[in-house]
Design a protein around this ligand. Structure first.
Ligand SMILES: Cc1cc2nc3c(=O)[nH]c(=O)nc-3n(C[C@H](O)[C@H](O)[C@H](O)COP(=O)(O)OP(=O)(O)OC[C@H]3O[C@@H](n4cnc5c(N)ncnc54)[C@H](O)[C@@H]3O)c2cc1C
Length: 512
């Protein structure tokens, strides 16, 4: 075997100390421990972080687990609540409400998938709403939560959960974790970048305070500005605002005035949508909108007049363009986080994309030459993640019957990517949801949005005919009754948190 030591990456420099920077530092420090590799993270308090990003996906639990992080401690340190999914209000039609849960609807009652039986009964007017056949939805609506049963046979094992947390506190938590494992933190502003004339690789970054930090591998976590990947390497950006036009947001926290609920809420508005994300001590709110359809002041007014409690800070405005870098890994620079792209926060996918970036970087961890084929593979995997999330987000906008505002009419009539058009067509014709080999949102997620936004199959799996309508109805009644019985036995959400991750000694309401 040839001697690898000259080729091995010895120094990693991470630019940026937001959620992306500290997640990357924590994971690299943990996974590369024992190797002779230094990790340096540079962040600038003067520039600060984007300061939003409170709702997560269940995959974050894998991330925490793989680092050996204790969940209850993490929840306490970040004022986290439980998230069982997202409630969507007014998306299909004004007045509609449905849930995209972290779990499947129904259970196997015959050879066809559950939703075919439900659709058949629903077409005959005999089914309850689809969400009534899903434990996490019914639990969320009743403000209840219990950990999923570890026993796969149990009816209460087929769901998952995520967190709603204070992302800046999560950053602080991971910063301590990473520094305890040897990551060096440098406070300072990067003012220039030195590249190697021959290879075009980044050789070092220079700080305003003077001095350079050299490295073999650079991770750009500098946020929307893409300090290394774009400003220095001019990688280029694929602009997807033709597909996902929202480009601005107002964000503001408010006081808690009632049950927090173990879920995020997204309410469609005339020119975008509004989020409600409850933490232990406050509610995060935001209005995501497209400036072609509404002015900034009107967008702010829509947000401020619909807060459920007193605002706890001045509203903050954010600007973005949906899309992604043409190459997330370019030469010896990998862009993770907002520097790599942003698809808008409708399904809380950004932190998950950070996680995918880290997992793929570790899987393909390079030598000093950053072999082009490894970078190509990384870019292929990340492109797939971005494209599939884009299609799923678009589904929410295009599967609407709203006619009250130009945004909704335009989204309905726009040209869809082939990949999305096929998925909608397959479901509409025959109730089929083709499965991805990889990718974040699997059939249960697509089903929730299709049915939740009133796209129903014109015909269903013929194998449903092996049961009579009465037999199907009896099975659905049984499932629904068993779910509502289980929910009655489930503890209240905040009672669960009191024994598993309460912040502030449990006195959440006193702390803003
Ligand atoms: C409106 C909105 C809502 C969102 N909601 C969610 C959500 O609910 N769930 C979710 O998963 N994601 C959400 N996101 C995305 C989420 O906020 C980000 O993915 C996450 O915060 C990571 O950001 P980041 O670390 O890439 O960038 P940032 O937080 O912007 O951090 C950039 C870092 O780089 C540093 N930096 C920049 N330039 C320099 C320089 N010259 N020198 C030194 N340091 C520098 C900054 O100081 C900072 O530390 C949302 C985003 C927006 C815009």
């Amino acid at each position: 075997m040839s001697d690898r030591s000259d080729r091995q990456v010895r120094s990693i420099v991470i630019v940026g100390g937001g959620t992306a920077g500290w997640m990357t530092a924590a994971a690299l420090a943990h996974k590369l421990s024992g190797l002779d590799v230094s990790i340096t993270l540079v962040e600038s308090a003067e520039i600060g972080t984007v300061g939003v990003g409170e709702a997560t996906l269940p995959q974050i639990r894998d991330f925490n687990r793989s680092l050996g992080i204790d969940e209850a401690e993490m929840m306490a340190r970040t004022a986290a609540t439980i998230k069982l999914g997202i409630e969507f209000c007014d998306w299909g039609r004004i007045g509609d409400r449905y849930f995209h849960p972290f779990g499947a609807h129904g259970e196997a009652i015959g050879p066809a998938d559950f939703h075919h039986y439900w659709a058949k009964l629903n077409a005959a007017g005999d089914a309850a709403p689809f969400g009534d056949y899903c434990y996490p939805i019914v639990a969320a609506r009743n403000d209840r939560f219990a950990l999923p049963d570890a026993e796969p046979e149990s009816g209460l094992s087929a769901y998952s959960y995520a967190f709603q947390f204070d992302a800046s506190l999560y950053g602080v938590f991971l910063a301590a974790f990473a520094q305890e494992r040897g990551t060096k933190r440098v406070e300072g502003k990067v003012v220039s970048v030195r590249t190697d004339g021959e290879s075009g690789f980044i050789a070092a970054i220079a700080l305003e305070s003077g001095g350079e930090i050299a490295g073999d591998l650079f991770v750009d976590c500098s946020g929307f500005r893409g300090l290394l990947i774009e400003q220095e390497l001019e990688t280029g950006y694929e602009d997807w605002s033709g597909y996902l036009p929202c480009n601005r947001a107002w964000a503001v926290p408010c006081a808690i005035e009632g049950p927090v609920g173990p879920y995020t809420r997204s309410t469609a508005r005339t020119a975008g949508w509004q989020w409600r994300i409850p933490l232990q001590h406050r509610i995060g709110n935001g209005h995501v909108y497209c400036d072609r359809y509404i002015g900034d002041q009107d967008a702010l007014d829509q947000l401020m007049t619909t807060l459920e409690g007193d605002p706890l800070a001045d509203p903050k405005q954010l600007f973005f363009k949906t899309g992604k870098r043409r190459r997330l890994w370019n030469r010896n620079c990998v862009a993770i986080g907002l520097s790599g792209g942003f698809l808008e926060p409708l399904e809380s996918t950004s932190i998950d994309l950070i996680q995918s970036g880290i997992v793929n970087l570790l899987a393909l961890f390079p030598e000093k030459d950053c072999a082009a084929r490894d970078a190509d593979e990384y870019n292929r995997l990340m492109d797939l993640e971005f494209e599939r999330i884009r299609d799923f987000l678009m589904l929410h906008y295009v599967a609407t019957q709203r006619d009250d505002a130009a945004l909704w009419r335009d989204m309905r009539e726009m040209e869809w990517p082939d990949s999305l058009a096929y998925k909608i067509d397959a479901f509409r014709r025959r109730g089929i949801v083709p499965e991805y080999e990889s990718g974040l949102f699997q059939p249960p997620s697509w089903l929730s949005v299709f049915i939740g936004q009133n796209i129903l199959p014109q015909s269903v799996d013929p194998r449903t005919d092996r049961m009579t309508a009465d037999e199907i109805a009896a099975q659905l009644r049984r499932i629904r009754a068993s779910i509502s019985g289980a929910v009655e036995e489930t503890s209240e959400h905040l009672a669960f948190i009191a024994g598993h991750g309460a912040s502030f000694g449990g006195a959440r309401a006193d702390v803003a």
